[in-house]
Ligand binder design. Structure first.
Ligand code: BGC
Length: 343
């Protein structure tokens, strides 16, 4: 019997074997990809964990991750670190996230002008970054197409803040012009001087008041770095320096308004009006109890959801969902609204 296999049959067998090999290989690749898609690792670094606003965002971020995990069946590991106000610490945290194999980084920069160090590291490792709340300068944001920013437009917060005061003045001028001299005498509490929100909020809040025809006069102002205790100390000092003069306290955020309220309460003063920005949990409580005339809310749930949705899409190599509209393909601006007593 001729046991020789004809050449054509050999060829057929070879082609068959090669095809099976290719199929097997690509199948394995797909499996691996699918495997990757069952879990996400996200590294988050906060500029300061004890900042009230940032803490509120952190809570919402954790909620967003949980509900995503529950609805999407993808395991999410959210590694949240506190840089405690040190850029150096934050840089080390970023290095650690990269060495742990994070798929994406969410960074609330300590020094927004020093984001380039983080960008260098992320670019070298090919890991996308979602910055939030402390906006890197444009030249840095333009360095790579895998950089995103989530925040609230500072000018909008300020215009809304100014309009809280303006509408109160129009309804009842005497509630602001306490001594009836025809002008509202105010003091101003500002956030960190290096923060994009401080200068813009200050400028546009005052501009809105002027444009709305509220007669105002500045007594003094100072930087309290977003902090309740610093604001309280400044307010106490001003109450001593300008007794019976201050009628309005304009604050770049709620925490500083709460600090000013602390000082007013210590002095037994209840008629001075205050406005804040943020609508943090304690800020909202102060509005509810009538201690704060009003505040401006950036929808924190939406804010955190946007950070999370961009991060998760990037980590999974998917398109960013359409309900997260991005300006210039990289900036998400969170909608804001006024919260005031007797709306
Ligand atoms: C918030 C402040 C917060 C600061 C931190 C601002 O946008 O209004 O409350 O302290 O961001 O970066």
């Amino acid at each position: 019997m001729n046991r020789r296999v004809p050449k054509t049959v050999w060829r057929l067998l070879l082609v068959l074997a090669a095809s099976i090999g290719v199929l097997a290989l690509s199948g394995c690749g797909e499996d691996e990809k699918d495997q990757e898609k069952t879990s996400l690792r996200i590294g988050v670094s906060l500029y300061k964990g004890d900042d009230t606003f940032i803490n509120n965002i952190r809570m919402e971020l954790e909620h967003a991750a949980k509900s995503y995990e529950q609805s999407g069946g993808i395991k999410v590991s959210l590694d949240i670190q506190d840089a405690k106000g040190s850029q150096n610490t934050q840089n080390i945290q970023v290095e650690r996230f990269i060495s742990l194999g994070c798929d994406v980084l969410c960074i609330n920069p300590v020094d927004r002008t020093a984001a380039s160090v983080i960008i260098d590291k992320a670019m070298a490792a090919g890991i996308p970054v979602v910055f939030f709340n402390r906006q890197p300068v444009e030249e840095d944001m333009d360095r790579w197409d895998q950089l995103y920013y989530v925040g609230a437009v500072a000018r909008e917060s300020a215009v809304l803040q100014g309009s809280i005061v303006a509408s109160r003045y129009q309804e009842d001028p005497a509630s602001l012009d306490l001594n009836g001299d025809g002008v509202v005498s105010y003091v101003l509490l500002e956030g960190e001087s290096s923060h994009q929100d401080s200068l813009i909020r200050t400028e546009w809040s005052i501009r809105t008041l002027k444009d709305s025809g509220v007669p105002i006069e500045k007594i003094t102002g100072g930087i309290a770095n977003w902090e309740r205790s610093q604001a309280s100390a400044l307010m106490e000092q001003w109450l001593g320096q300008y007794p019976d003069t201050i009628e309005l306290v304009i604050c770049n955020n709620d925490d500083m308004a709460l600090g000013a309220i602390d000082a007013l309460e210590r002095a037994g003063i209840t008629d001075v009006k205050l406005v804040g920005i943020d609508a943090t949990v304690p800020g909202l409580e102060a509005v509810r109890t009538g201690k704060l005339m009003g505040t401006v809310s950036a929808d924190k749930e939406r804010y955190a959801k946007a950070i999370f949705a961009i991060a998760a899409s990037k980590a999974l190599g998917r398109e960013i969902p359409e309900d997260i509209p991005l300006e210039d393909g990289k900036y998400f601006w969170c909608p804001q609204e006024i919260i005031k007593e007797n709306p």
